[in-house]
Design a protein around this ligand. Structure first.
Ligand SMILES: *Cc1c(COP(=O)(O)O)cnc(C)c1O
Length: 386
């Protein structure tokens, strides 16, 4: 399809209802489908775990946005990741993961798949020699890239890492949750699979948990294996969840533009503040990944982190003193959230190479009035440094 991104977001998979003309396809709240005689399926639908029209709408929409041949939606981001790992790995296989990936991804691979004989190496993806060393393992099957990373907003070179993965006989998987396809298309850069926590920017309104896998052209066989996981393991997204996600995606491009603009303004307002040691935002020219992000992304997104000068105690006070930014896990919704990663999102990686420094605070900058957001973080910082 040659339509633009926003057109695809609003129309891909969104045929109007042929019976009534309803512009929005109906939500099919049904567990099963009547057969016209044994095996006489209407439109291929048989049972809600194997297929549901509302889920298919979402899957078609996701595939169109990422430039994939198909997409599969799941009950959560981790369920989507689990399906990828089960489909791609066997005992004895080796995975290379970035060393500041989402804590739950590390937990899933190390603690669940580790028990089934999968080996894991975490590596700094911005260090080419370290990546080559990690990939010299004989059984590397999968390279798992998350960029921008969580919570330190490191930018990894998707095209370079995909090439290194392919040379090593591995597939490249990109977790595109932070950027969303509105800002970054990993498949166009060589990724074999894209995974999402659709809970975040794709859903966009903090009202639904979900996940997805998008399959690149050429990976039909792997796509079949992941589809079989979806059907045979059954962590599917329900029709109402799929509907909410589809509805959110229609405004993705608009939202990402505003998230990026607001985060840039907040980041710039924090630079040079004596209570802040460092601001981690790829939109700042001083960010080590700025140039790469400018090439690889079409905007810098709504996530930023700060290192608070006063250490752990001040960081906690900052995170607990905002008024509009609400203290909560998660990210990517229209409302601004603030979090203390070392005790919240990244508590599961304490004591591992992925542990987050205790003076880091993460902000998910929403789409409220930007002046209110800037004023809010500045008043909270004043309290934290009092
Ligand atoms: C939240 C998140 C996940 C996990 O998704 P869930 O929907 O919570 O299961 C995976 N990757 C990233 C980058 C995330 O932010």
């Amino acid at each position: 399809m040659s339509d633009g991104f926003a057109t695809r977001a609003i129309h891909a998979g969104q045929e109007f209802d042929p019976t009534t003309g309803a512009v929005v396809p109906p939500v099919y709240l049904t567990s099963t489908f009547v057969q016209d005689g044994v095996g006489g399926l209407r439109g291929g639908y048989e049972y809600g775990r194997s297929g549901n029209p509302t889920r298919n709408v979402l899957q078609d929409q996701l595939a169109a946005l990422e430039g994939g041949i198909r997409a599969l939606s799941f009950a959560s981001g981790l369920a989507a990741e689990d399906a990828v790992l089960r489909a791609a790995l066997r005992p004895g296989d080796h995975v290379v993961l970035g060393n500041d990936a989402y804590g739950g991804t590390h937990r899933l691979i190390s603690r669940i798949f580790g028990a089934w004989g999968v080996e894991l190496t975490t590596v700094d993806f911005t260090d080419a020699d370290a990546v080559r060393a990690a990939l010299s393992h004989a059984n590397t099957r999968l390279v798992w890239v998350e960029t921008p990373s969580n919570p330190l907003m490191k930018i990894s070179d998707i095209a370079a890492l995909a090439e290194l993965a392919h040379e090593a006989g591995a597939i490249a998987v990109v977790d595109n949750t932070f950027a969303s396809p509105a800002l970054q298309r990993p498949i166009s850069l060589g990724a074999d699979l894209v995974v999402h926590s659709t809970t975040k920017y794709l859903g966009g309104h903090s009202d639904v948990i979900g996940g997805a896998v998008v399959i690149a052209p050429g990976q039909e066989e792997l796509g079949e294996k992941i589809a079989f996981q979806q059907f045979a393991v059954g962590a599917v997204s329900g029709p109402l969840d799929a509907f909410l996600t589809t509805r959110g995606i229609k405004t993705l491009e608009l939202r990402m533009r505003q998230h990026s603009a607001n985060a840039q303004a907040v980041a710039e307002a924090l630079v040079g503040n004596p209570a802040i040691e460092r601001v981690y935002y790829p939109g700042l020219p001083t960010h080590p990944g700025h140039e790469l992000a400018t090439r690889q992304m079409s905007g810098f997104g709504g996530m930023l982190s700060v290192a608070v000068a006063g250490g752990a105690a001040s960081a906690r006070v900052f995170a607990e003193s905002t008024r509009i930014f609400q203290l909560a896990e998660s990210l990517g919704g229209v409302e601004s959230l603030i979090g203390y990663p070392s005790e919240m999102t990244h508590a599961s990686v304490k004591g591992t190479p992925l542990a987050v420094p205790e003076n880091i605070v993460r902000l998910s900058v929403g789409v409220e009035s930007v002046d209110d957001l800037v004023a809010d973080v500045l008043q909270a910082l004043a309290r934290a440094s009092a």
